[in-house]
Design a binder for this molecule. Structure first.
Ligand code: ZN
Length: 377
């Protein structure tokens, strides 16, 4: 009893009210599965684009995405990244400048990658890419328990394992994954569901375009504050060794992000108060003989990238200084942008140093120090 009272007293005394800057009112996390840093920063790989083993029409691919310099090639492949984000946001992970982003998990496959990204904790336990409910608390469900964001957090994904990664069983998060029908709120939703139902060969990964349309419809109707959009086809085409379709899909992803950004910047609810974090769950092999694969044995599988745009993100463009950032920092970075502190049932890696501009507003957040939580046990 005495101990409990002492612990409670300590708990109360260590609770602190802090002023946290609110850098962005809304945050969108957008991922494209297993997309390499090499294509983000160098554009189409010259060692692959002419290889008939991986590209059906090499002349057409050369016309579409080939050019004499990495700068020209990347601009052709990802025009939104290099025409807009390079001017107004940040692109991190160009290893040509020793600017590195890595996964911290040992396995370098998707479930451990998304777990690391969303929980801030690279769980040392192997979590295979199978439907198993995640024990680790993620940033999305954490925010969804905060009064300010309750019912305003949503995740749309192509891969049908996300309800397990985000542990749908444990929380009230709005999650739509794989070929799951969307809630029909208007005639467009009905049409999307019809198209989805008509697809004959459904795999574990829905067409990204359908995931995107479903998410965009939801966003326009419901105006959520925190959105995860998890796209998957870059990884699918890579595993199939189809470098041409992998490039086409990357180009599509760039277009989807451009469309979403255009929508955000022209909707009064989101305009100038919404930040995008764009990243991937793992890298892939570095060589022409390994680019399509990824796992702990394939060199390069842990090398990734991160792109950010919006309030709170200084417009530094492509970062060309040596630094090391990790995927596990994503969860705390989302919290930092929103002026929140993410606490969980495990340790959480610290946020990326954003080198941000002045915040517009601050808010008071109550936080309990870790020491108090430990004493309570
Ligand atoms: Zn994969």
């Amino acid at each position: 009893m005495k101990t409990t009272l002492f612990a409670l007293f300590l708990l109360a005394s260590l609770s602190v009210f802090s002023q946290r800057p609110v850098l962005a009112k809304n945050v969108f996390l957008i991922t494209t599965d297993g997309f390499r840093w090499q294509e983000v920063f160098n554009g189409a790989d010259t060692a692959l684009i002419h290889n008939l083993k991986f590209v059906k029409d090499t002349a057409l691919m050369q016309d579409l995405y080939g050019a004499s310099t990495p700068e020209l090639r990347r601009q052709k492949l990802m025009p939104f990244f290099w025409n807009v984000i390079a001017k107004k946001g940040q692109l991190i992970g160009n290893r040509n400048y020793e600017n590195k982003v890595n996964v911290s998990n040992f396995y370098k496959i998707s479930y451990p990658g998304y777990n690391e990204m969303l929980t801030g904790y690279p769980d040392p336990k192997l979590i295979p890419n199978t439907p198993r409910f995640n024990e680790n608390i993620n940033i999305l469900e954490y925010l969804n328990t905060q009064p300010e964001y309750s019912g305003k957090v949503v995740a749309f994904s192509s891969w049908n394992i996300f309800p397990y990664i985000l542990n749908k069983k444990r929380n009230d998060l709005e999650i739509n994954s794989g070929y799951e029908a969307i809630r029909e709120e208007d005639s467009t939703d009905v049409y999307i569901n019809q198209v989805q139902a008509d697809i004959k060969q459904k795999t574990h990964c829905r067409y990204d375009q359908l995931t995107f349309l479903s998410a965009k419809e939801y966003i326009e109707t419901n105006h959520p504050r925190v959105v995860m959009l998890g796209l998957g086809e870059t990884d699918e085409f890579a595993h199939q060794g189809k470098y041409d379709q992998y490039l086409e899909q990357a180009n599509n992803v760039d277009k989807m992000i451009a469309e979403l950004w255009y929508y955000v910047q022209t909707d009064p609810f989101y305009k100038d108060n919404t930040s995008f974090i764009i990243t991937t769950d793992h890298g892939r092999g570095k060589k022409p003989t390994s680019w399509y694969a990824h796992n702990l044995f394939v060199k390069g599988s842990g090398d990734i990238w991160q792109v950010m745009l919006g309030p709170g993100i200084a417009p530094l463009g492509e970062i060309k200084t040596a630094e090391q950032i990790y995927l596990k920092q994503t969860a705390a970075t989302i919290a930092l942008l929103l002026g929140e502190k993410f606490t969980s049932n495990h340790s959480v890696a610290k946020a990326i140093h954003l080198q941000s501009t002045q915040p517009a507003v601050t808010k008071t957040v109550e936080s309990v120090t870790t020491e108090a939580i430990v004493l309570q046990k």
